[in-house]
Design a protein around this ligand. Sequence first.
Ligand code: AMP
Length: 408
Amino acid sequence: MSFSSLGLSESILNAVSQKGYTEPSPIQKEGIPAVLSGKDVMAAAQTGTGKTAAFTLPILSMFEKGINNQGQQQNTKAKPNHVKALILTPTRELAAQIADNISFYGKHTDIKTQVVFGGVKINPQMMKLRKGVDILVATPGRLMDLYQQNAVKFTQLEILVLDEADRMLDMGFIHDIKKILALLPKKRQNLLFSATFSDDIRALAKRIVNNPVEISVNPKNSTAKAVEQVLIPVDKAKKNALLSHLIQKNNWQQVLVFCRTKHGADRLAKHLNKKNISASAIHGNKSQGARTRALSEFKSNDIQVLAATDIAARGIDISELPQIVNFDLPNVAEDYVHRIGRTGRAGASGHAYSFATIEDKKPISDIQSLIGEVIPREIIKGFEPSEKLQDIPLKALKAKRPKKNKMA
Ligand code: AMP
């Protein structure tokens, strides 16, 4: 199947082909016609599935043509300070990436896009909104600040996208989202994307989508098949040395390492730099400039290691990462699925290594229970743990697995 059969406009198809995409991904095959039909959409899709293009391409195409496939008008120009489509997303990095994608896909059109997020000055963002914007990408907190300052108005809003809805709830944006929903016109098209569909997300969805087209491209909470997972039992005190050993022995050039705390990420980056392994930390205490710099140096292979907390790493678009390391296992089992989703994307196989100490029995059992498989173990010579980490059989855990999700 090619992009041209999906109903997108010519100029959008041109940009897609310039980007080098030859075939729509599964979420795009189902999502693009659904969005173009003017219906609400609820999609279970992780980062890496091509979900951004699944909602941005049809929105651009509808705005360009001034009409959707149902014949509904979408052709009014955005008045000063008004927005026609609002894309809400949890992190600054993700917001910037989505806006970059829209600028690329929309480069043969005159559709106006802007991005606003916290952590930087608000005044330049207020200026950018003055003339009106067709598509605004925003993080919820900054959007509310801008609204309170009368910099953004929603009476012309036609389309709302909630991207990474599960993470927005995890990050405590529910109050901002509810406030924003109350400000929007009742008649609008709603698109909701989430990696997982927990009961909380379903409750939120009820308030947002009407009779949606439901799309699921990956079964809930299942890990990507192309990712080879390994659990490495090790003593806590030897984790640093184990990581530098693995990097040097395997000559890893690009590895994303997940740490539980900001402080831990900083400490690890420092340790690696001392060992002549170039590394940076990325987390919420870093300035926006430092985060963007670290990410771009990592992407361009100027640094080998990016030590990240879950929130900072969420949604960053690094395709086909060969390996990730869970230096610390996550407290929340779902984060494991998100983390290993950073590797083995778009058909390329990847490796996810998880360091496990004697204190990690609970997170391991939660993760295995969630993904429904026992993660194979490997002891690294020279780093044998002083106390054996007991096997955690899956059989006993299967009974505890969460209820099967309707969308899976
Ligand atoms: P996303 O899931 O939106 O974060 O996209 C993940 C990556 O896949 C991004 O680097 C996109 O540029 C890329 N991508 C999206 N759609 C396609 C496609 N149809 N063919 C190849 N790559 C794609």
